[in-house]
Design a protein around this ligand. Sequence first.
Ligand code: HEM
Length: 136
Amino acid sequence: MTDHDIELVRESFAHLHRRKVETAAMFYGRLFEIAPEVRPLFTKEIAEQSAKLMETLTVAMAALRDPEGLTALLRKLGRNHRSYGVEERHYASVEAALIWTLRASLGRGFTPQLERAWTSVYRHMAGIMIAAGRAG
Ligand code: HEM
């Protein structure tokens, strides 16, 4: 995850955030299509869950330049996710749904460079969450 990756991800996130309701609906729609087994893990209303997800991503975007703050947040999230019943393999499904959503939403603006940047940032975040989940 380079500084340039962070810059690219932040810029494109601003665009998604302006259409957060639609973006979140696309993301969960896609996730439940490719990984229907995760649907029962979500107990809250999807509208509420979506708002929370976008809020966290906003915090994560702000925290990308504050690695220690971001790591602390992600460790806590990783432990929470274990208790929600999230398994390590689900992180790959979420990655796929996220990349799909970005492509559908940004269209031609979703360049290969932007895809690499988002993948790198997502894997960085997921890696910390997974490690924290393992540690218990
Ligand atoms: C970088 C990756 C991820 C981020 C940033 C993220 C973020 C969040 C946030 C902020 C919440 C709200 C509750 C809390 O603060 O703990 C949440 C809840 C949740 N997330 Fe994630 N998540 C990620 C990956 C995943 C994955 C891979 C799954 C697997 C399906 C997942 C499933 C869930 C579930 C089931 C809940 C609880 C919903 C409920 O109680 O209804 N998340 N997530």
